[in-house]
Design a protein around this ligand. Structure first.
Ligand SMILES: Nc1ncnc2c1ncn2[C@@H]1O[C@H](COP(=O)(O)OP(=O)(O)O)[C@@H](O)[C@H]1O
Ligand SMILES: [Mg+2]
Length: 285
């Protein structure tokens, strides 16, 4: 195919040899299948920052380390310098997260570098070598759903042990490879220690996964892994392989348990409705 402008510099530098085909183009990024020597990989090109809502990003940035106070101040204010820095920080966050998480044994695509604003990484494929489907697009048996859920809980725990929360974890940011689920799409990754909204984001991430997999194995809907791992994390007792039960006793002295459960149940229902909407939209494509 004709080389997209954003990928020309990578060909000129010899990072990739050829662009084979477009894979997916969404609101935030366009992903291409590319060839580097004998390897087929994928290249994620980030769309222009101007097309995305800027203010929304600021909350995610809270707690992420930014070099130099000028940069930090600029990111806080929506100046054009701030936007430029923000864009750089945003794009690098995904690359940094992939290297860190891969190192920590989290199931994410192998990163092959970040060049001219483009992330080159492993193309996750299914058993036949086709690009892998997303978790929200496959049918599962109850047993598979339980197994995938357990694997994903473990990935979320390992991320948390690295101090990170995905922040946009949904069945559309999980690919199904021959060996099970692989988590993708990290530009909005959140620092677990420095962000006031970290707990909420973790619970939302876990709820999205639980609501989705709970369609195939309804007993999952009565598990509370997010709450459980956060309590252990806060107490400094969470390790990458800490065994979890999915049971969680809410602290009745400080919170109204029923309203908490109700709020979480509402979030699950919302996630389900959103997902069904996406599925309907995907079928229209
Ligand atoms: N490493 C990968 N291997 C296979 N497919 C991928 C990979 N990364 C992304 N994709 C596909 O491209 C889509 C968009 O990528 P993603 O990183 O989720 O960006 P965004 O959702 O912001 O557009 C994914 O839903 C998935 O279908
Ligand atoms: Mg995505």
């Amino acid at each position: 195919m004709k080389t997209p402008t954003a990928l020309r510099a990578l060909i000129d530098d010899g990072v990739i040899d050829e662009v084979l085909r477009p894979l997916k183009s969404g609101k935030e990024a366009a992903v291409y299948v590319v060839r580097s020597g004998d390897d087929v990989r994928c290249a994620k090109v980030y769309k222009d920052m101007a097309q995305r809502s800027f203010q929304q990003r600021v909350q995610y940035q809270e707690g992420r380390k930014v070099r130099g106070s000028r940069e930090a101040r600029a990111i806080g204010k929506a100046t054009s310098y701030g936007r430029k820095q923000q864009e750089t920080a945003w794009k690098n966050a995904e690359v940094d997260a992939l290297y860190l998480l891969r190192e920590a044994g989290v199931r994410v695509p192998v990163p092959y570098g970040y060049y001219h604003g483009v992330l080159v990484m492993e193309l996750v494929t299914d058993a036949e070598g086709f690009s892998a489907p997303r978790l929200g697009e496959v049918e599962l048996t109850a047993e598979q759903a339980r197994e995938f859920h357990a694997v994903l809980v473990r990935q979320v725990v390992r991320m948390l042990c690295c101090g990170l929360i995905h922040g946009d974890l949904s069945p559309y940011n999980v690919l199904v490879g021959p060996d099970g689920p692989i988590v993708i799409d990290f530009p909005q990754v959140v620092s677990a220690a420095g962000n006031n909204a970290a707990r909420q984001m973790l619970l939302r991430d876990m709820n999205n996964l639980t609501a989705s997999l709970g369609r195939w194995a309804p007993e999952l809907l009565d598990t509370w892994y997010g709450e459980e791992m956060w309590a252990l994390f806060e107490a400094g007792d969470l390790l990458p392989d800490t065994a979890l039960t999915g049971k969680f006793v809410h602290d009745e002295r400080t919170v109204d348990v029923d309203s908490v459960r109700e709020a979480i149940e509402n979030a699950r229902q919302e996630a389900l409705i959103r997902q069904q909407g996406r599925e309907a939209a995907a079928m229209d494509d």
